[in-house]
Design a binder for this molecule. Structure first.
Ligand code: GRF
Length: 233
């Protein structure tokens, strides 16, 4: 993860000494989030709200990217004055496409990539460019119900409890180290829609909290486990 030191190095020590404007220096040290989405973007909005309300005080959303030009999430970002662009994937191999996405993220010096309803598998190349710096939100308690329509899978399986998971992204689908989970009870009267709505509320809550944990380094890895209870590292 890019450390604040990198930002200072970029501006030079002399520049820092000369700079008496604290707000300016604070801005230099802000961690940059890149959001990838394909759809409506409610999780992006939850992160943007957390930044706006200073629940993510030292962060900014530097870029919202989509593989779909008509993704409503792009408009939501532009309405907030956040840089947003589509990179259409048509006709490109997975890695060739990911090279374009990675270049766009690196151009904005993104520290942390947040997948938020991004309907593409990402390549090992992409993962290697952002080691332990890509998060995803999934609407089930992983490892149960990975893949598409997780809420429907849980309902049709007859599960009594499901929920959502924020995890680091690795080369395997919905399988990386888990940062946070929240449980949601499945009621007898639930439909996919009613269940999805309750899960989504929890998604918005734990995604912002997980981003805070990761950006502030309030975790350590022990194999597949993400230990979040300890000291800042
Ligand atoms: C969410 O349910 C998320 O868990 C899943 O895709 C959906 C995206 O919703 N990965 P939104 O675009 O953030 O509203």
């Amino acid at each position: 993860m890019r450390s604040p030191g990198n930002g200072l190095a970029r501006f030079g020590l002399a520049g820092l000494v000369k700079c008496a404007n604290f707000a300016c220096c604070e801005k230099i040290m802000k961690k940059k989030i890149g959001v990838l989405l394909s759809g409506r973007g409610s999780n992006f909005e939850a992160l943007a709200e957390a930044v706006a309300k200073e629940r993510l005080p030292n962060a900014e959303i530097a870029l919202v990217l989509s593989n779909r030009e008509n993704a409503p999430g792009l408009d939501r970002a532009r309405e907030r004055g956040i840089a947003a662009r589509a990179i259409p994937s048509k006709g490109l191999e997975r890695e060739a496409y990911d090279k374009l996405v990675v270049a766009a993220l690196q151009e904005k010096s993104v520290d942390l990539v947040c997948l938020a309803g991004y309907m593409r598998l990402i390549s090992p190349y992409f993962v290697a460019e952002f080691p332990n710096r890509i998060l995803n939100i999934h609407p089930s308690l992983l490892p149960a119900f990975p893949g598409l329509e997780a809420q429907r899978q849980a309902l049709e399986h007859g599960a009594k409890i499901t929920g959502c998971t924020v995890h680091f992204v690795d080369e395997n689908l919905d399988a990386g180290p888990i940062v946070m989970q929240a449980a949601v009870r499945i009621e007898d009267a639930d439909t996919v829609e009613s269940l999805s709505e309750r899960i989504l509320r929890e998604e918005h809550r734990i995604y912002a909290e997980s981003v805070s944990i990761v950006l502030e380094g309030r975790f350590r890895m022990e194999g597949q486990r993400v230990i979040t209870s300890g000291e800042k590292v």
